[in-house]
Design a binder for this molecule. Structure first.
Ligand code: NOJ
Ligand code: CA
Length: 564
């Protein structure tokens, strides 16, 4: 049955091993530490962990510069510790997906070193070379302002190599069948060690044509199908979650028209418009973005997120929209990055306003897709703008008010703990919030539980319901004869809206509030008049709580009884 696709309704938690929990006191998070925190994650209710790169690395890009795809960086533990960790997750019903960073290696990877050492090296053709500086060397930088070019000269061999990212991240020649075979081998290796899939880094660049003569890279979409095929044969329920910040008109190329390519993609398009909606209280561009990203195969899923470990990229908004988001959430120059985004964590962006935080996470949980939470967001952690580039939002997890926030017993954490101001660990930490029934942590736990009780979001078909007020966004989901409705008020003032949920009698008569006792009964015209406080949100079940008795086993029946 289609319900078997676990990722359609997962709650994914993204964390970086180096800043989560340090068990051996060297100031760097490790697998033993993480394993000891699995009960915490289990209690929070998340169902999958996206683990950021942990392979051996010189760590010049937080591990996205790998020197050995088949190992664990000794700072984090051993392969044995890794397997204990995946086993511990399985015991608790938590799946693990790991980063697959194969667009590039570290320049310290033995493959690259060998490729540089001799033009006859077997690894020569694993990278992308040019005899002279290519004309496009100043084009296509991913980190403008920090990265100077996309081609650099290797002193040893005198040739130029291509790097889409920093100069220490030489691009693999992903058109080379040997490289492609190696990528499959890497996937096969980790699958065998207990992971349920991969967050695939920089997918559009992995599949793009690369070379000194390439003016406009062309995506080789077929590659995605071979990755999928291999994975599915090795482990039927393993997935790929693609990092692909692309325009909606290419979404189907990534998912595959027959659902034969990527299982999931992060919805960057909705992400940016969501921030615009939060900044402007105008939901219309967001509704448009939802419509634009609606087409996808039934087996595919969007990853819905607010912030991640990178900057909030606003590059797809219009200039006016982007400036509105900058003004609202990152007005100062040191809050911005790469001429296109904001590098802060969510809580400080929203001024620590609990109402706005709840509104944002409520949206993340109820927009079409699977929510992806960033570690620390469940306690509303802050950032440290003194740290360079994206590191400001990658500080260690704040566990308690003990020394170094309970992250390490060592002297020096690898990145400084936030220890001053309103987001300092003495105020913002897990131990304190665990005891407080009204804390962000306990709210997050409750909203996760409730999200699990509305599988309609992950499985169902959605429809934007007219509210007559741009500040109020209403979305209805239908799935197997059941419907749920979510209403969000983006504005800082209360709003009253009258809506027609668009369902036949009697399901349209009653909206059962899932988060409070404020249910709604339709008026004589069958409409609901809803008064929603500033930044308020409502989760309703349409009809009544006997919905489980009415749920159908197949989709077709649902479609028949719920005409839209
Ligand atoms: C995307 C990752 O999210 C980012 O952190 C990294 O720097 C680049 N890919 C390069 O791997
Ligand atoms: Ca350690």
């Amino acid at each position: 049955m289609i319900d078997d696709l676990w990722y359609k309704n997962a709650i994914i938690y993204c964390l970086s091993i180096s800043t989560y929990m340090d068990a051996n006191g060297d100031g760097i998070g490790d697998f033993k530490g993480l394993e000891r925190r699995l009960d915490y994650l289990h209690g929070l209710g998340i169902t999958a962990i996206w683990l950021m790169p942990f392979q051996p690395s010189p760590m010049r890009d937080d591990g996205y510069d790998i020197t050995d795809y088949y190992g664990v960086d000794p700072r984090y533990g051993t392969l044995g510790d890794f397997v204990e960790f995946t086993h511990g997750c399985r015991q608790r019903g938590i799946r693990v997906i790991i980063d697959l960073v194969v667009n590039h290696t570290s320049d310290q990877h033995p493959w690259f070193k060998q490729a540089c050492s001799s033009r006859d090296s077997a690894y020569r053709d694993w990278y992308v070379w040019s005899n002279k500086k290519p004309a496009n060397a100043k084009r296509g930088m991913v980190f403008p302002g920090v990265q100077k070019s996309t081609w650099s000269r290797n002193k040893q061999c005198g040739q130029w190599y291509f790097h889409r990212f920093y100069e220490f991240q030489p691009d693999l020649n992903t058109s080379n069948p040997h490289v492609q075979a190696e990528i499959l081998k890497i996937m096969g290796f980790w699958i065998q060690l207990g992971v349920s899939g991969f967050r695939m880094d920089a997918v559009p660049f992995v599949i793009a044509t690369k070379g000194p003569k390439v003016r406009k890279p062309v995506e080789q979409y077929d590659m995605l199908r071979s990755l999928r095929e291999f994975l599915q044969w090795r482990k039927g329920d393993a997935i790929i979650l693609a990092e692909a910040n692309v325009l909606p008109n290419s979404d189907m190329e990534y998912f595959g028209r027959d659902g034969d390519r990527m299982h999931m993609m992060f919805n960057f398009h909705v992400n940016q418009h969501l921030f615009y909606a939060l900044a402007s209280a105008d939901s219309r561009p967001l509704a448009k973005a939802l419509a634009a990203t609606k087409p996808r195969p039934a087996t595919a899923q969007w990853g819905m997120f607010l912030r991640n470990h990178d900057e909030l990229d606003l590059g797809r908004l219009t200039k006016r929209q982007r400036n509105a988001v900058f003004r609202a959430f990152g007005a100062k120059k040191n809050m911005q990055l790469y001429d296109r985004g904001i590098r802060r964590r969510l809580a400080p962006m929203l001024g620590g306003d609990r109402r706005r935080l709840e509104l944002s996470y409520s949206l993340m949980c109820t927009l079409p897709g699977t929510p992806v939470i960033r570690y620390g967001d469940e306690i509303a952690m802050g950032d440290n703008l003194d740290l360079p580039e994206r590191n400001c939002a990658r500080t260690p997890m704040q566990w308690s008010n003990e020394a170094h926030a309970g992250f390490t017993q060592g002297e020096r954490p690898s990145l400084p703990i936030i220890d001053e101001g309103p987001y300092g660990y003495e105020h913002v930490n897990v131990a304190k919030q665990r005891r407080d029934p009204n804390s962000m942590l306990n709210w997050t736990e409750r909203i996760i539980r409730m999200r699990k009780e509305v599988p309609e979001v992950g499985w169902g078909d959605f429809k934007i319901i007219a509210t007559g007020d741009p500040a109020v966004l209403a979305i209805r989901y239908d799935w197997r004869n059941d419907s749920v409705l979510f209403v969000h008020n983006l504005k800082d003032t209360p709003r009253e809206v009258t809506i027609d949920v668009g369902l036949p009698k009697p399901v349209n008569q009653l909206l059962v509030n899932l988060l409070s006792e404020k249910h709604s009964r339709a008026d004589r015209r069958g409409k609901h008049c809803l008064l929603i406080e500033a930044y308020g949100y409502r989760w309703y079940r349409c009809g009544g709580l006997d919905y489980l008795l009415k749920r159908s086993d197949i989709d077709a029946e649902g479609a028949r009884s719920h005409p839209t």
